[in-house]
Design a protein around this ligand. Structure first.
Ligand SMILES: C[S@@+](CC[C@H](N)C(=O)[O-])C[C@H]1O[C@@H](n2cnc3c(N)ncnc32)[C@H](O)[C@@H]1O
Length: 504
């Protein structure tokens, strides 16, 4: 593949990874918006929502939203033909008829006849697009949002943020410039450029000494090379201040609501007391977010905007939480009470959360039931904090359709996704499954998808020898024994969650 002029400098010679990011889920966006004190219409459209994704890559998120929410209309756009063709092929093979993939350039789509293919949306999501594309593409996105977001609709927009990534500017520039000189294809350029960065770090280059370059370099170790290419080899990558994004989206009548990550909406969790005092001196959101970003290491923001901010009263917010059903994602004995937050270390109140976790160990429960449990300290019964902490730490998950079961289409989709994820022979490759009870996806490993599928077929039975034969992954007796132990342990560990999610 070669990068033609149509790409405007964006990396197109290697495909991006096919990931699922929970922040793109309208159910989570609605929850986070409610935590931030904003009314949304997502609950009213739980069975007929119109969801649009811009810059959908290989379509994993759009496909999962469509599979897990059969009543929704999902439309996803990207300008890379190979990515659109791959997504359409998967939709066809599984028989997903409520998703449409559109190949179009966001710089000009608003004025293109193809804009007629984009419906008025309840929710629009853009993940990993804004800070990677040129200014004319950002301007085109704003015009499209102006034309296509319903009054009251939500927009989720993630982007690399300043000032957290100010020290990464030099790192990315040298990585790209060196890569362009040392290799041909963008994934190889990224690897070659990264090696130069590491050499400079080893040589104690002054401008690579600072936070967060060190941690970032560690995190990038072992990540797929195509991911590195799309992250760092674009000539137009530019982290931005929240105020500038909010200013641009205001042109589309979009108001900033809060973060798609629930805990980020609690100033006390994001800032120390002296920092909080500065924050409290200002009432406007732009200034508050600037103070928050100065105090935290948020290099990737997941902002939620609404076409018209409608405030939700504290009582309305509590009511919105009470009917929500939560399920534990971890074994009760593995629940972690101590948290590392931008504001410092925090510990969840053990008697309170312990009682809640014990109740959830028995199966999914409504928040209203949880806060009404006998023996709880009255002062701790704030349902919003409870939901934000449980969901925000990933130790519980929200079930918007608490009784839905995986249908044949969901199983077909998950099986294919698992097979594709495992194609490189890596059973630990990142993957995701569609889960109707979640109205979205569950991030996992390729091996989890395989085990979930086989166990569902076998009525929950655990049969590691058959699985190993099928995987063809063990060549020696030692390999076989190791894999047998690993698969058995994984199956036992994961099965309770999969049952709670209606997948087994
Ligand atoms: C970093 S990837 C993120 C993909 C996907 N949202 C994800 O998170 O997996 C950015 C995507 O934006 C697409 N893109 C970049 N510029 C675009 C443009 N002008 N019009 C449409 N899509 C574009 C790329 O093809 C790529 O798939």
């Amino acid at each position: 593949m070669s990068a033609g002029n149509w790409a405007g400098g964006y990396v197109t010679d290697v495909s991006y990874t096919a990931g699922y990011y929970v922040e793109q889920s309208p159910h989570l966006l609605a929850l986070s918006a409610a935590v931030s004190g904003a009314v949304t219409d997502v609950g009213e459209h739980i069975d007929d929502l119109v969801y649009v994704e811009l810059g959908c890559g290989r379509g994993m998120n759009a496909l999962i939203q469509a599979v897990a929410n059969p009543g929704w209309q999902v439309v996803a756009v990207d300008f890379t033909p190979a990515a659109i063709a791959e997504a359409r092929a998967l939709a066809r093979e599984v028989g997903i008829d409520n998703v449409t993939f559109v190949e179009a350039d966001l710089a000009t789509l608003a004025e293109d006849p193809a804009a007629a293919l984009i419906p008025e949306a309840d929710v629009v999501s853009l993940h990993g697009v804004w800070s990677w594309v040129p200014m004319e593409v950002r301007a085109g996105i704003v015009r499209l949002l102006k034309a296509k977001v319903k009054p009251g609709g939500l927009v989720h927009l993630s982007y690399n943020a300043l000032p957290a990534l100010q020290n990464v500017l030099g790192m990315q520039r040298v990585m790209r410039e060196a890569g362009l000189r040392l290799a041909e294809r963008s994934d190889r350029q990224a690897v070659a450029g990264l090696a130069v960065v590491r050499d400079l770090v080893a040589g104690d280059a002054l401008n690579l000494r600072n936070h967060p370059v060190g941690e970032l370099l560690q995190r990038l170790e072992g990540l797929p090379h195509e991911y590195l290419a799309h992250e760092y080899m674009n000539g137009t990558w530019a982290p931005v201040f929240h105020a500038d994004v909010a200013g641009a989206l205001a042109e589309a009548k979009l108001d900033f609501i809060g973060s798609a990550r629930p805990p980020e909406n609690f100033p006390d969790l994001m800032m120390t007391e002296p920092q909080r005092k500065v924050y409290d001196r200002f009432e406007d959101r732009l200034m508050q977010e600037l103070v928050k970003d100065l105090c935290s290491g948020r290099g990737l923001r997941h902002d939620i905007f609404a076409r018209g901010h409608r405030p939700l009263s504290p009582a309305g917010r509590a009511r919105a939480m009470m009917d929500m059903t939560l399920a534990l994602t971890v074994a009760p004995e593995k629940f972690i009470y101590s948290l590392t937050l931008p504001a410092g270390q925090a510990t969840l109140n053990a008697p309170f959360y312990g009682t809640v976790v014990e109740a959830l160990a028995g199966g999914p429960r409504a928040v209203g039931e949880l806060v009404g449990l006998p023996g709880l300290d009255g002062a701790q019964r704030d349902p919003t904090e409870l939901v934000a902490m449980l969901v925000g730490t990933g130790q519980a998950i929200m079930l918007p359709r608490p009784t839905a079961l995986a249908d044949a289409r969901t199983r077909r989709f998950n099986r294919l996704v698992g097979q594709r994820a495992m194609q490189g022979g890596r059973i630990d490759a990142p993957a995701a499954v569609a889960v109707p009870r979640l109205g979205g996806g569950l991030g996992c490993r390729a091996v989890d998808v395989f085990l979930m599928d086989r166990m569902a077929e076998a009525g929950g039975a655990v049969d590691p020898d058959i699985w190993i034969a099928e995987l063809g992954a063990a060549t020696t007796a030692e390999d076989h024994a190791r894999l047998r132990a690993r698969l058995t342990e994984l199956a036992q560990e994961r099965a309770p969650l999969w049952r709670r999610l209606g997948m087994l």
